[in-house]
Write a protein that binds this ligand. Structure first.
Ligand code: ZN
Ligand code: ZN
Length: 335
C-alpha cells in the first residue's frame, strides 16, 4: 500500500509499505478522507518524531476485523480518535483527558491507503459514523472537538463577547461554534480573504490585524472582550490580545508562538483585573461526542470549510497550500 512519509514540510515522500494484517483485536480500515491539520505543519512540534506518517483527522471504512472484535463488520463507516485516554488515572478523573499518563496506542497516520486500528483504540476511540455524517465531514470531528474543549475550558456561554485572532481553519471553527451559542464575535486576521470567510461564518465585526484592534474592538463592544482566543502563532497577536481582554476575562492559547519566542505577560495589570490565561491542547471523549452531535445536527456546518481535495500522490502540494495559508482553509487528502 502507498503511504506518505513526512521528513519535513518540504520533503514528503510517497512510499510503499506492506498492507497491515489485523491481530485478533484490531481493525483494518481503508482511509477515504483525511484532513491536513494546522498542527501537521508545525515543524518544532512534529520533527522530534520524524520521519512519520501524519494524518489524524480521518473518515474511513472497515475492510477487515480481527477474530475477536465484536460489533464491527466490513463496510462499516467509521471515525477513529488519534489516541484515547484511560479514563481511570487522576487526570482523566478530573476531565483532563489530554494529560492522561496511560496513553499507549496511537492511531497510525491517516495519509495512507489503509490503517490498522489497534485494539485499545477500537474499544475506546472508534465510532460508527451516523448516516448523516459523510467521510469528509468525519475529518472535522477531531478538530471541532478540540475547539469544543477550549471553549468549555474558557466557559464561553451564550451571549458572551468573543475575540478571535487568526481566521484559518481553527479560528473559523471557533467562530462557527460561538455563533451557534449566539455570542457577539469579533475576528482579526492579516488576510482580507480570511476576514471575508470570518464574516460569512458568523463574525459580527472583522478587523485587519494592521489596524488599531483594541480601539476598534472597544468601540464595537462598548468594552473589551470576555474571551480572547489565539488561533495564530504570531507574537504580535499575543501582544494585542493582552490589550483586548476585559477584566474577569480569559485569554486562551489555542495556538502558541514558536518555542524560541518569548511571551511577556503584563501580570501586574492582570492581577488586579483577575484575568485568566488558559492553554488548551487536544480533546477528550465527551468533546468528540459533542462535536459529532454538532456536525450531525448541522449546528456547525463544515462542508463550507473544504477548499481543496487532493489524492495521496499530491500530498506535498496539499502541505504547501496549508503552509502558504492564502487560498486554502481545509485541505483534504483522499487516499
Ligand atoms: Zn488536528
Ligand atoms: Zn488517564
Amino acid at each position: 500500500m502507498k503511504v506518505a512519509r513526512w521528513y519535513n514540510n518540504r520533503d514528503i515522500r510517497i512510499e510503499d509499505m506492506p498492507k497491515p494484517v489485523p491481530g485478533p483485536q484490531d481493525i483494518l480500515i481503508k482511509v477515504i478522507s483525511c484532513g491536513i491539520c494546522g498542527s501537521d505543519i508545525v515543524e518544532w512540534y512534529r520533527l522530534p518524531r520524524a520521519p512519520l506518517i501524519p494524518g489524524h483527522e480521518i473518515g474511513g471504512v472497515v475492510i477487515e476485523t480481527g477474530a475477536s472484535v465484536p460489533g464491527y463488520h466490513p463496510g462499516d463507516r467509521v471515525f477513529a480518535a488519534p489516541k484515547v485516554p484511560c479514563l481511570k488515572c487522576d487526570y482523566c478523573q478530573k476531565g483532563r483527558y489530554p494529560l492522561c499518563t496511560e496513553v499507549k496506542d496511537r492511531l497510525p497516520g491517516g495519509f495512507a491507503e489503509y490503517i490498522l486500528v489497534p485494539g485499545q483504540l477500537v474499544a475506546k476511540g472508534m465510532v460508527r459514523l451516523p448516516d448523516r455524517i459523510t467521510y469528509d465531514q468525519s475529518t472535522f470531528i477531531e478538530p471541532l472537538a478540540c475547539v469544543v474543549r477550549a471553549q468549555n475550558l474558557a466557559t464561553i456561554r451564550e451571549g458572551q463577547t468573543m475575540l478571535v485572532f487568526g481566521c484559518g481553519m481553527s479560528g473559523l471553527l471557533h467562530i462557527k461554534l460561538a455563533k451557534a451559542k449566539k455570542c457577539d464575535i469579533v475576528a482579526v486576521d492579516i488576510n482580507p480573504k480570511k476576514l471575508e470567510y470570518a464574516k460569512r461564518f458568523g463574525a459580527d465585526l472583522t478587523i485587519n490585524a494592521g489596524e488599531e484592534v483594541p480601539e476598534i474592538l472597544t468601540a464595537h463592544l462598548g468594552k473589551q472582550a470576555e474571551a480572547v482566543i489565539l488561533c495564530t502563532s504570531a507574537l504580535s497577536a499575543v501582544e494585542q490580545a493582552w490589550q483586548c481582554v476585559d477584566k474577569g476575562g480569559t485569554v486562551v492559547f489555542f495556538a502558541v508562538p514558536d518555542p524560541d519566542k518569548k511571551v511577556e505577560i503584563p501580570i501586574n495589570y492582570f492581577w488586579m483585573r483577575e484575568i485568566m490565561i488558559l492553554t488548551s491542547y487536544y480533546c477528550g471523549p465527551p468533546d468528540i461526542k459533542e462535536a459529532m452531535n454538532l456536525i450531525e445536527s448541522e449546528s456547525v456546518t463544515v462542508d463550507d470549510l473544504i477548499t481543496h481535495k487532493l489524492p495521496l500522490m499530491e500530498i506535498a502540494k496539499g502541505f504547501q497550500l496549508v503552509l502558504e495559508g492564502k487560498d486554502s482553509i481545509k485541505v483534504l487528502i483522499e487516499p
